[in-house]
Design a protein around this ligand. Sequence first.
Ligand code: CP
Length: 309
Amino acid sequence: MDLYDKDVVSIKDFSKEDIEGILDLSEQMIPYAKGEKIDRTLDGKILGNLFFEPSTRTKLSFESAAYRLGCDVIDVSEMSMTSMAKGETLSDTIRIVNAYCDAIVLRHPSEGAARLAANCSVKPVINAGDGAGSHPTQTLLDLFTMRQAKGTLDGLRITLVGDLKYGRTVHSLADALTMFGVKLTLVAPEGLQMPQDTIAHLREKGCTPTVETNLENVISNTDILYVTRIQKERFPDVSEYQKVAGSYRIDNNLLREADRDLIVMHPLPRVNEIAPEVDSTPHAKYFQQAFNGVPVRMALLHSVMGGEF
Ligand code: CP
């Protein structure tokens, strides 16, 4: 797929070949992402970073990716600092920002907001997370990290654990993994399992996940353990959150049951899901994963905004 001038709203819009192409380009971007080589092919372009929900990794790695390519960035970090606080709609906001930049990165608390924005934007819109919906650029960097660690994505045994209901990263990731013939296991506390429509979609695509509540039962049959935070901010009632908070904790005791080569990933931020003692083990890949946001987003910006490489 030629991504030039295209929106990036859902990973479902990508084929396996599209994904592999972006991962290959991301690989080439690594020395540029580290500042070891210089590429300024987006010189003169402007990226509009609209973040209407908190973010550390996604916002800063998009900014870093843009600057590494010579692209300037304008940004908003709070809805309250825009005229949306005076009642301006998202559609009007997007139309206005269109006049100020060449592409828009949008994080928004409402599921579907990125699609709405893309539909009213003449400039490409990149979904940086829409409520409990999806997070396609996180998925690309997750796949990149998996391939980097394992050499392939095909046929891996992948366990997703944590909040599979509200965690948008796992929705996009599970969709993408159907293309790679993985063996998928879903481990979540009561009430936080993957939504039924997502599971139905996985089945349609030929991936029938194993559903579990006990992580100990599956740890020894896992190549990649993908951990997610319980998304406190999405619970309608804090008492419901308190019932499931701390359901899973990855520590060295649990990992004693794992293959030596098992890797632990997490989109971060973590709260208590992974004990700090894991950080210094060869299993821990979550900080590398966060760095990989830069080369992957460089590859995306390059493709969408039209850099020559
Ligand atoms: N992984 C991720 O989306 O992190 P941020 O919320 O910090 O951007």
